[in-house]
Design a binder for this molecule. Structure first.
Ligand SMILES: [Zn+2]
Length: 466
């Protein structure tokens, strides 16, 4: 698919965007560094008090640009809603980014994660590329066009602060404050990553089911010689039960789950095959520290990551973890921490029931407690918004984008699909995997910031006329 470049692009690029970047890039960097200094780690409750001051700082950047801002409270962490009215004749666009970040305790950090540094054309710091930097380049694209008197759609921006902890209250925020939101013609999200060197439009994301699987068979640890073989070892049973859920090739084997998967169209398979041809398998191996993979075929790996559900055991509770020591005791109460990544169209409640049935067939005493669930998302690629996004990537990043899926989850997206029914989601990446996404030494390249700014400017310019 190709998009059409904006008729006045060369002129706008040379006379408006480049001069703005030359004058404002330092400010953008300073603002990014200011936002990174808030350690807005949503997975840690003792950091939740960072969110409101951070959103106030963002608000102080946006108000001089003409946005009206409001903090939307929730029982968890708040969001910031900002509104810019341009013209009643033009459509509304809703833009989403998140201002919370991953924890940053990896020992490989060479800088202090929340004391940002500008070095070699990159801003280092937790949250730089995920997602504070892309939020700022988008925001400045709006400001630049607005200042130059160029046509813009009406814009609402929402910044969430619970994305990295599963967006537990985001749906509630949308419902509680529904009257503050206009009806968007489409929703723009910049919280995804390039496919290697290629700009990427993510059209499919997975959902996530998180659960704790428990089995209790007594009230105290038991001697493995005195009663071993007579008393049930709940850990043995739990491992047996978990092994029914996935095979050694990584295929989910929970009865019913694969049989009920939504079909994948021929067009999508063809698109995936094209992306697989661009996919850098050697880089994936390097990025994963030479992890052992289930296949050495790019297409098979992408199908696994994008199109098929997963089942993962992450850890156990109630078990011995002391290295090198084996206490000859049977545990009496054990838990497994598990997740499943679900594809678009799978119902988490239905899968939870299938999972529970599968485990309880091994031992009826096994209980499954759901800790959180979000649905996968699928965005049709054959609409004018996607065409505009393709043209924008060509204009801003100088390369045609790849349509990609993701095994990741952005919890806000299914809530948008639920509340703003029919508004296409458009996900344009600005980040690179090599930016240290969810990893140590996270950074945002100024070149990505510049090109992301141009891409967003082109996209918003074309939406004004749609
Ligand atoms: Zn993110």
């Amino acid at each position: 698919m190709t998009g059409t470049q904006h008729p006045n692009w060369e002129q706008i690029h040379n006379q408006t965007l480049e001069p703005y970047l030359n004058a404002q890039l330092d400010t953008m960097v300073q603002q990014l560094m200011q936002l990174i200094r808030y350690p807005s780690i949503s997975q840690k409750p003792d950091h939740w008090d960072q969110m409101e001051p951070l959103l106030n700082a963002v608000s102080a950047i946006m108000q001089p640009m003409g946005f009206e801002t409001e903090i939307l409270q929730s029982p968890g962490c708040p969001s910031l809603l900002a509104t810019l009215r341009t013209s009643p004749e033009r459509p509304w666009v809703l833009i989403y980014n998140h201002m919370d970040v991953q924890p940053a305790e990896e020992p490989q950090w060479t800088t202090t994660p929340f004391e940002p540094e500008l070095r070699d054309g990159r801003v280092y710091g937790r949250g730089s590329t995920d997602d504070k930097g892309p939020a700022l380049s988008t925001l400045h694209a709006i400001h630049c066009l607005q200042q130059a008197g160029l046509p813009l759609p009406n814009i609402q921006v929402i910044y969430e602060t619970e994305e990295e902890s599963g967006s537990k209250h985001f749906g509630q925020i949308l419902d509680t404050y529904r009257d503050r939101f206009e009806n968007p013609a489409s929703i723009l999200v910049s919280d995804t990553i390039f496919e290697g060197e290629h700009p990427a439009i993510t059209y499919r994301l997975k959902g996530l089911l998180r659960a704790e699987v428990s089995l209790t068979t007594g009230t105290q640890d038991l001697h493995s010689g005195m009663v071993g073989g007579a008393a049930i070892n709940p850990l043995n049973v739990l491992v047996q039960a978990l092994s029914q859920c996935v095979d050694a090739q990584g295929h989910v084997t929970i009865p019913g789950v694969m049989a009920e998967l939504p079909p994948v169209s021929e067009a999508e398979r063809a698109s995936l095959q094209r992306t697989a041809a661009l996919f850098d398998l050697a880089k994936l191996k390097a990025d994963t520290g030479q992890a052992e993979l289930y296949s050495d075929q790019a297409q098979e790996l992408l199908e696994r990551i994008w199109l098929r559900p997963t089942f993962e055991v992450h850890g156990f509770e109630g078990v011995q973890t002391e290295p090198g020591v084996i206490k000859t005791a049977l545990p009496y109460a054990v838990k497994a921490k598990i997740t499943m990544r679900l594809v678009a169209g799978q119902d988490p409640d239905r899968v939870l029931q299938q999972l529970t049935d599968c485990l309880q067939a091994v031992h009826p005493g096994i209980t499954v407690r759901m800790l959180g669930a979000s649905r996968g998302c699928f965005s049709a690629v054959d609409n004018r918004f996607m065409q505009a996004a393709v043209a924008a990537c060509q204009a801003g990043f100088g390369r045609e984008p790849a349509f990609v899926g993701s095994g990741g989850t952005i919890g806000a997206l299914p809530e948008f699909e639920r509340v703003f029914v029919g508004a296409p989601l458009v996900l344009i990446a600005q980040s690179l995997m090599s930016d240290g996404y969810h990893a140590p030494n996270e950074n945002f390249q100024l070149q990505q910031m510049r090109n992301g700014f141009k891409t967003m400017a082109h996209y918003l310019l074309s939406l004004a006329d749609l």
